[in-house]
Design a protein around this ligand. Structure first.
Ligand code: HEM
Length: 488
């Protein structure tokens, strides 16, 4: 193993100086010390601060923590304090409250009306927003930021599913990204709060300085946004869509008349606000980031693009023969792209290397010994490094750093099943993502429409790297040129 990759420990300050020096490249830094220490590592901050993290990316430990001994590893109260904007909602909750909330979400995301509505929201945004935007950019020959495009796209689509209202961030006038920026600030400051002793950020919060001041403004903006959406929803005929001529079943409608989510006057309470904000976080940038990194990998690997087009060709040919109009662009229905194995392999391979949530956090309830042999103590914090797990030779083989969709395809041509404790992008065990199926199906159809109708070319000299955050956002975006494809 490579000892040079291990952080140096100093008297009093512990490994804190090493962390500070490597903060700008945090995910690669932690990958290096995890690889050098066999997949698990105890990080000690200043001795008096109580800052101490048990890092792991060992699938055996992850299985133990997320699946077999799930009840011994809650998120914990410190997690809920760090993401305080989510209040008591499902992202922060543990125990009985979490179980009840999860049941409600589960019921909701299996309702055919909601699924139909969400599928329609996605398709409509592709047809009326995404493809026209790409068409205009292709004509104008100006580079676009694919990350920003997906931010706008997933924001509109998610807000529609949650509130039944379209905020119109992907409209022709390209309004400012005030609310998505506020959401990004929550995640950036969530990361910052992990990198300093807890007493330190709490003090900064109290006196409102630095990142804490920025976070307070962002939280205000998010609550204002929810109020505005609820207002618009009540006022307008917005939620009864004239195009579809049927009642929409957006997410909020299942909460509005629930006494647990209203105050004594029947108005939305703080719990409902937190829950709606939570939904916006759950479904929006997760999909946006997955698709952005997917495009990054596609642009770098043209043969993967060709292979995807080969898979799409039979569907597209059939459509070209049967459909007319739409500016000669082909749109794929989720039902059509759902069975495509290579497209899914290429997407999962991208999410293996670039999981939108690169770290998970758990707390230890009772002292325990992990499968790796490490002892963990009550109250200790465990950080699970998903980004690093994709880069462990012991887990994924010597070619783990390579983007290679083929590793997901079995000899019989079917998709390889990888257990979730080894491919953790959608979480594993009892708390696994409830939107996985919906978003995989949607992302495949969105990517298919883009890849079939357009060519993308990355700007030379544009540097792509993740910024230090609890989500895997690109620091400088993903700048690319777009060309309309001519398909004979
Ligand atoms: C590419 C898209 C997505 C990815 C990568 C993703 C990933 C994840 C991850 C990692 C978690 C665990 C978070 C944690 O406990 O710390 C999670 C939880 C969750 N996700 Fe997703 N998600 C995606 C899309 C969605 C969508 C579209 C929805 C909503 C329809 C959704 C609903 C949920 C819910 C409700 C939970 C909480 C589960 C629980 O705590 O019991 N997700 N997701």
């Amino acid at each position: 193993s490579n000892m040079a990759a291990l952080p140096r420990e100093w008297p009093l300050v512990g490994m804190f100086p090493s962390l500070v020096a490597n903060l700008h490249r945090f995910h690669d830094y932690s990958t290096a010390f995890l690889a050098a220490s066999g997949g698990s590592f105890v990080f000690r901050g200043p001795s008096l601060s109580g800052m101490r993290f048990f890092f792991t990316c060992d699938p055996a430990n992850i299985r133990h923590i997320f699946v077999s001994n799930f009840t011994n590893y809650p998120k914990g109260v410190e997690f809920a304090a760090i993401f305080d904007i989510m209040g008591d909602s499902f992202f922060n909750a543990d125990g009985e409250s979490w179980r009840r909330q999860r049941e409600k979400v589960q019921h909701l995301v299996s309702s055919p009306q909601l699924l139909t509505y969400m599928a329609w929201c996605c398709r409509d945004k592709v047809e009326d927003g995404l493809l026209p935007f790409l068409s205009r950019s292709s004509h104008a020959e100006v580079p676009i930021d694919i990350q920003e495009l997906f931010t706008r796209f997933t924001f509109d689509m998610t807000a529609r599913s949650v509130f039944g209202v379209d905020p119109g961030l992907l409209s022709v006038d390209m309004p400012p990204l005030t609310v998505p920026n506020a959401m990004e600030a929550v995640m950036d400051v969530g990361f910052f709060r992990h990198t300093v002793p807890a007493s330190c950020w709490r003090f900064m919060k109290r006196v409102k300085v630095g990142p804490e001041r920025q976070l307070a403004a962002a939280q205000l903006e998010l609550r204002r946004f929810v109020a505005e959406m609820l207002e618009k929803r009540r006022d307008g005929p917005v939620h009864v869509d004239e195009v579809r001529e049927e009642r929409n079943e957006e997410i909020v409608s299942s909460y509005l008349h629930d006494p647990e989510y209203s105050d004594e006057n029947g108005r939305p309470n703080a719990f409902l606000y937190a829950t709606l904000i939570n939904y916006m976080f759950a479904g929006r940038d997760t999909a946006g980031m997955s698709m952005t990194w997917f495009f990054y990998n596609l642009i770098k690997h043209p043969h993967v693009v060709s292979a995807i087009r080969v898979e799409l060709a039979p569907i597209a040919m059939h459509k070209a023969a049967t459909s007319t109009g739409n500016n000669h662009m082909v749109i794929f229905d989720p039902e059509e792209t759902k069975p495509l194995v290579y497209l899914q392999a290429a997407l999962f391979e991208s999410m293996r290397l670039y999981p939108p949530g690169p770290i998970e956090r758990k707390t230890v309830m009772a002292d325990d010994v992990l499968p790796s042999g490490h002892r963990v103590q009550r109250g200790e914090t465990i950080l699970i490094a998903l980004y690093s797990m994709g880069r462990m030779e012991g887990v994924w083989g010597e070619d783990c750093h390579e983007y290679r969709p083929e590793r997901w395809v079995k000899e019989d041509g079917k998709l390889l099943h990888v257990p979730s404790y080894k491919f953790l992008a959608f979480n594993a065990g009892a708390r696994s993502c409830l939107g996985k199926h919906i978003s995989v199906v949607q992302m495949k159809s969105v990517i298919a429409a883009m890849v079939w109708n357009f060519d993308f070319e990355m700007l030379t000299r544009h540097v792509v790297e993740p910024k230090p955050s609890v989500v895997l956002k690109m620091k400088n975006g993903l700048l690319a040129k777009v060309h309309k494809r001519r398909v004979e």
